[in-house]
Design a protein around this ligand. Structure first.
Ligand code: MF3
Ligand code: CO
Ligand code: CO
Length: 250
């Protein structure tokens, strides 16, 4: 059952969505060689608690930290550690905030210092893949249209789309129906209507699409050790198009 939000529900989601976006703005100013992913976790945790918000990842199905930090060949769900970032790394910071019971979910991949040509390539393809997905969103198209457009673009850039993880409905729950695949067939799947709220969050690998889950039960990495990047927004379908809910306040 896909749940359609009222205009009041969508207004109620804005504070959590804006807070998550503002958290990424705050974090960006701290990303430099020498910072650890634990430092990023602490900054996100404190910023969130000080705002009266809740970091959704903490204890979510047992996740041990307040944010996901996915470095280089880590695709998603990286667990912050005391390992420091070095010049040339890329790191995706995936923030989900809860305010008044509503969730906002957004992520970005950041350059640590000066990116290599490969790091820049995979990151810019992932950034544009999300942009292309968002540009599709309006009533009447299908989820398959979004996935198809993203897949077509990413593969045209000789990169690959991860299949095992997808975007998702979001609201009072972190993850709700529908699943939003970042690949597929035009015209297939759920037809979009105003009030549908979901994320698009394509995971793009520089090499092959195949992934594996590490023994910690969370960390997802590329099988071929190639770099992976991701960007995510929470979106609402409007009468005429799309409302990006996870835009920062400034
Ligand atoms: N934020 C991720 C998403 O975009 C989910 C992370 S689940 C966690 O859907 F437990 F690892 F935080
Ligand atoms: Co998400
Ligand atoms: Co997320």
């Amino acid at each position: 059952m896909v749940n359609i939000k009222t205009p009041a529900d969508i207004e109620a989601m804005r504070p959590a969505c804006r807070h998550a976006a503002d958290t990424l703005v705050m974090i960006e100013a701290h990303i430099r060689p020498g910072i650890s992913t634990d430092d990023i976790n602490d900054l996100v945790h404190d910023f969130t608690i000080k705002a009266g918000a809740i970091p959704a990842p903490l204890n979510y199905h047992g996740f041990p930290k307040s944010v996901c930090t996915s470095v280089n060949h880590v695709v998603c769900h990286g667990i912050p550690t005391n390992k420091v970032l070095k010049d040339g790394d890329i790191v995706n910071v995936d923030v989900t905030s809860i305010i008044d019971g509503w969730h906002g979910d957004t992520s970005k991949t950041f350059y640590v210092g000066e990116p290599s040509i490969k790091a820049r390539k995979v990151t810019e393809v992932a950034r544009k893949a999300l942009e292309i997905g968002i540009a599709m969103v309006r009533p009447g198209i299908t989820l398959g249209d979004i996935g198809h457009a993203i897949q077509l673009y990413v593969e045209s850039e000789k990169c690959s789309v991860v299949r095992e993880y997808c975007g998702h409905g979001i609201g009072r729950n972190f993850h709700e129906e529908p699943q939003v695949l970042h690949f597929g067939n035009a015209g297939s799947g759920l037809r979009l209507q105003p009030g549908l709220v979901f994320t698009i969050e394509p995971m793009v690998n520089l090499g092959k699409k195949s992934i594996k889950l590490l023994g910690d039960g969370w960390t997802v990495v590329t099988r071929d050790k190639s770099l992976s990047a991701q960007f995510e927004h929470t979106l609402a379908v409007t009468e005429t198009g799309v409302d990006i809910l996870t835009l920062p306040s400034t």
